[in-house]
Write a protein that binds this ligand. Structure first.
Ligand SMILES: Cc1ncc(COP(=O)(O)O)c(C=O)c1O
Length: 415
């Protein structure tokens, strides 16, 4: 399905917008350009979450009564939808977590504790979100491993040569973002994986897909990494649910991350404790049942639109925004390369980013300003933050026009 926006990239009749009740109040007319932080929710997601609570909510996996069985079925159906969405081979490759942050912490704490030791190296990049830095820093401190950081080039893209030169016999895991949340720069993930695995197939690779899953069709088998993680709330699903993908043998060779109910086979003070295989092994306690179902509904919804249609729509709007913003003086753009995600990141010579963002808000435009949880990237760019305008599937040309008009106003006022 989808709609032919490509025929007229500035067509403002985005029929998808009506799927999002938050935009139904025309009076408010908010130009929401902060989807890279978290996306708005379509009716389909809200209805699915309400629906389970209104019809057959119960705790899952253990109850023999029908509410529990029905809830278990929709929860596991959500896992299946995620598996299909990212091209996983089986549902057992999908572990539900709270978010990307928890998924990376799980890998760092579980895989890291089991397989890292003094002298080993963990390689990340300069453009990572704190969620893909701090867990590695913590496990490196604990195990005596060393954290290495691949630099970026002046245009904000990864220095592939330097990246490759940092891979050595000491490298045990490489973790990098597919798309920078701060600049929208895209890493050629498949090529990076190929480069790493050419050094040694034993080096594990984790891809942070928090931003890519939203804008592009992802196939984990094609990417070839060992771990792929993302968060539900950016994918038009609810907060409180995220995904860790890994192959079954990888997951089952990792010790549990948290202990509790539902992740064990047996618990005995005399015979000891045995654990289930993945994914249950990593889903201790009552999981985010309603949220997982919401994520499943988001994936169904996106399936009716088509990821390729979403990408074309968003990139058409991005190109329009990038052209229009040229009319404003004194802006410096970061990660301003041709092939990138629909994320515009910039500073202005005439005002601090937070003052500009405040004026934009007064004009009904929601953008993010600051370091975007990527302080090392900001440090290397020599700035303390940028303004980030990020596009979601519900945005329209009118949103971009409102943003540009507000930016002109900010320049008039502060410039
Ligand atoms: C690239 C990237 N990684 C990790 C995260 C962390 O996501 P969450 O806060 O949902 O765990 C984000 C969120 O901004 C992100 O953009």
């Amino acid at each position: 399905m989808g709609f032919p926006l490509q025929q007229n990239s500035h067509d403002d009749s985005n029929p998808w917008r009506a799927d999002f009740p938050i935009f139904s109040d025309a009076e408010k007319a908010v130009a929401f350009l902060d989807s890279a932080a978290s996306a708005q929710k379509p009716t389909a997601v809200i209805a699915a979450m309400d629906g389970i609570m209104e019809t057959h909510y119960a705790n899952i996996h253990r109850g023999l009564y029908s509410f529990s069985q029905q809830s278990t079925a929709v929860y596991e159906a959500a896992r299946h939808k995620v598996a299909q969405f990212i091209g996983a081979k089986t549902d057992n490759e999908i572990v539900f977590t709270r978010n990307t942050t928890e998924a990376i912490n799980l890998v760092a704490a579980s895989w890291g504790a089991a397989y890292l030791s003094k002298g080993d190296e963990v390689l990340i990049t300069q453009m990572e979100h704190h969620a893909n830095i701090v867990p590695w820093h913590m496990i490196a401190e604990k195990t005596g491993a060393t954290l290495r950081v691949a630099p970026i080039l002046d245009d904000g893209t990864l220095d592939m040569g330097a990246f490759e030169s940092l891979i050595s016999a000491k490298t045990k895991i490489v973790a990098f973002t597919h798309i920078s949340n701060a600049t929208g720069v895209i890493n050629d993930a498949a090529e990076l994986v190929r480069m790493i695995k050419a050094h040694s197939a034993d080096i594990k690779v984790l891809i942070d897909g928090s931003q890519s899953i939203v804008h592009k069709a992802v196939d984990v088998e094609t990417l070839g990494a060992d771990f792929f993680v993302f968060t539900g709330h950016k994918l038009y699903g609810p907060s409180g649910i995220g995904v860790l993908w890994a192959r079954e043998d990888t997951l089952n060779a990792m010790p549990p991350y948290q202990g509790g109910g539902d992740m064990i086979d047996t618990v005995s003070f005399t015979k000891g404790i045995t654990y289930k295989n993945a994914p249950a092994r990593f889903e201790a306690g009552t999981p985010a049942i309603i949220e997982a179902i919401g994520l499943g509904a988001a994936i169904d919804y996106l399936g009716t639109l088509g990821m390729n249609n979403i990408e074309s729509h968003e990139m058409a709007l991005y190109r329009y925004m990038r052209d229009e913003v040229n009319a404003i003086e004194g802006l410096t753009f970061y990660g301003d390369v041709a092939d990138k995600a629909p994320v515009l990141s910039f500073t202005a010579s005439w005002a601090h980013v937070s003052d500009i963002a405040t004026i934009l808000d007064q004009c009904g435009v929601s953008v993010r300003s600051g370091h975007h949880c990527a302080m090392p990237l900001m440090e290397c760019l020599g700035i303390d933050g940028t303004i980030r305008a990020s596009i979601g599937l519900y945005n329209t040309k009118a949103d971009i026009d409102q943003f540009i008009a507000a930016l002109h106003k900010a320049y008039k006022f502060l410039g």
